[in-house]
Ligand binder design. Structure first.
Ligand SMILES: Cc1cc2nc3c(=O)[nH]c(=O)nc-3n(C[C@H](O)[C@H](O)[C@H](O)COP(=O)(O)OP(=O)(O)OC[C@H]3O[C@@H](n4cnc5c(N)ncnc54)[C@H](O)[C@@H]3O)c2cc1C
Length: 463
């Protein structure tokens, strides 16, 4: 039996033998980012996928909170905080000042009794596991990569998966905010509670977070199990899989009828393999198979589905913080909406049907996760247990026609977009989803009356 991490390599070999048609067009060029205007000395800023770029006047990385306060108070134009630049939406771009907290990234304080730890807000998620483990603590849940900064992750309600687990913002117990005037505000359920509820998901629109305190749990190992199954079997058992596993997600591979479930549960078992051995997400080879077999969709389906049904179950036991993330080595643009949990099966079926009817060139899997409700003002999970459905498009290909076709399905099921991922909603449309929209706007206006933190996108939705 083949293993999951081997399957794509083998598929590539299979596909190579079948790539007989010379007329196959790769069609991968197209939307490369525009070059910098001539004679302009500013250094361009780009996000991870290249979908966003700008030419800021200044890029700053203060080394202390005091320096950050001074910088924000004295900056002449718009100020935009940036984390790892992994958001797809235009949250960061400005021709003013971009501020990175990459130097404010260490453990600041911890409380063993409360199981809490405070970090500089610029810390990357992947750099939190080891120092937390030394304290006997671990993050309660994590997303599928760990490149994001902590402030960036909570800024957009970044989530992992788990029917009884909230998004990352829901585990923030306190935060420190540098406001437009350069003042420091400490916020928690006890101190400035309203600002706290607004700042737990904030799009960098209220100020610059300088420190964040996370509520954690004792260190633990996770057993990760990946199993390839017909998509109909996954969908038939989706509720029990979600309810009986700590972390449950699944992927559907377009044009195959096959998907795989990814489960994580706490275990006492010894580590079985290092997580590094399993980091290929397979997209590269799915793309190759798509390119080689684009002349025969039926053959592509046959090759993929017959191969995938023979891939054996894979198990990895590792420290929790080493077992969630995988490397995304093929860049993409992504749209993800959070829908009511009960919409999962009907919405996914509609998306699959549309994709397989109209978009034969798409090779990225559809990713489906579940997230518990919370009570954060701008959280897309506000008072709603949710399922998150994500579609992707190779970064050099035009994502617009595909996403424009899928978005009405998300809207039909009353979906709320991931704040960091592609969507076309206006301020008025967003307002309908958020009971506290006006409260957030009023608070933003009070904290930043001159709009120092509003770039064109935030201006459009909030002002
Ligand atoms: C390959 C890939 C995989 C991903 N996987 C997941 C996933 O599993 N789950 C998920 O939910 N999302 C996922 N995302 C989306 C990503 O988690 C979010 O877009 C996240 O916000 C990115 O964090 P960042 O540090 O890159 O922040 P950026 O994209 O740089 O910024 C995000 C927002 O945070 C604000 N911000 C940054 N720093 C500060 C600060 N110090 N103070 C105030 N505001 C600040 C910015 O102004 C901006 O509004 C993924 C994205 C990519 C590219």
């Amino acid at each position: 039996m083949a293993k999951r991490r081997d399957f794509l390599t083998a598929l590539a070999a299979t596909g190579a033998g079948l790539a007989l048609k010379p007329s196959i067009s790769l069609a991968l060029e197209g939307t490369a980012p525009a070059p910098a205007p001539k004679k302009r000395r500013r250094i361009p800023w780009r996000n991870w996928s290249g979908s966003q770029q700008c030419f800021p006047t200044a890029r700053k990385a203060p080394g202390t909170v005091a320096e950050l306060q001074q910088l924000v108070a004295e900056a002449p134009g718009i100020v935009r905080p940036v984390g790892a630049g992994h958001s797809f939406m235009p949250l960061v771009p400005t021709d003013g000042t971009i501020v990175s907290l990459s130097r404010l990234n260490s453990l600041v304080a911890h409380d063993g009794e409360r199981m809490e730890a405070t970090f500089g807000a610029g810390v990357r998620l992947g750099d939190m596991g080891a120092p937390l483990a030394e304290l006997g603590q671990a993050l309660i849940n994590m997303p599928d990569i760990d490149e994001q900064s902590l402030a960036g992750a909570i800024g957009t309600a970044t989530h992992g998966t788990g029917a009884q687990l909230g998004c990352m913002s829901s585990y923030v117990s306190a935060l420190q905010l540098v406001t437009a005037s350069g003042d420091l505000l400490d916020c928690s359920a006890e101190q400035n509670p309203e600002i706290f509820k607004a700042a737990q998901v904030n799009l960098g629109a209220l100020g610059v977070l300088s420190q964040i305190t996370m509520r954690n749990m004792p260190t633990h190992r996770l057993k990760g199990e990946t199993e390839w199954l017909p998509i109909e079997d996954i969908l038939a058992n989706v509720d029990s899989l979600a309810n009986n596993n700590r972390n449950f997600e699944f992927y559907y591979i377009p044009f195959t009828g096959m998907g795989f479930t990814d489960l994580h549960n706490i275990t006492e078992e010894a580590p079985s393999r290092t997580a590094e051995m399993d980091q290929n997400d397979g997209a590269e080879t799915l793309k190759t198979v798509r390119d080689w077999l684009s002349w025969s969709p039926k053959l592509r389906e046959l090759v993929l589905s017959s191969y995938l049904s023979g891939v054996e179950k894979e198990v990895v036991v590792a420290n929790s913080w080493e077992n969630y993330a995988s490397e995304r080595n093929v860049r993409f643009n992504e749209m993800e909406y959070h829908l009511p949990r009960e919409a999962l099966v009907p919405a996914l079926k509609e998306i699959r049907q549309l994709l397989e009817k109209d978009f034969p060139e798409v090779f990225f899997p559809i990713e489906v996760r579940v997230v518990q409700a919370d009570d954060i003002w701008l959280s897309p999970f506000y008072r709603r247990d949710s399922c998150s459905i994500a579609v992707h498009r190779f970064f050099k290909e035009d994502f617009k026609p595909y996403f424009a076709a899928i978005e009405p399905i998300f809207k039909k099921y009353n979906g709320r977009p991931h704040w960091g991922k592609m969507n076309t909603l206006s301020g008025a449309e967003l307002a309908k989803h958020y009971e506290h929209w006006q409260d957030f706007k009023a608070l933003r206006q009070q904290l930043d009356p001159a709009g120092k933190f509003l770039n064109p996108y935030l201006q459009k939705i909030f002002a």
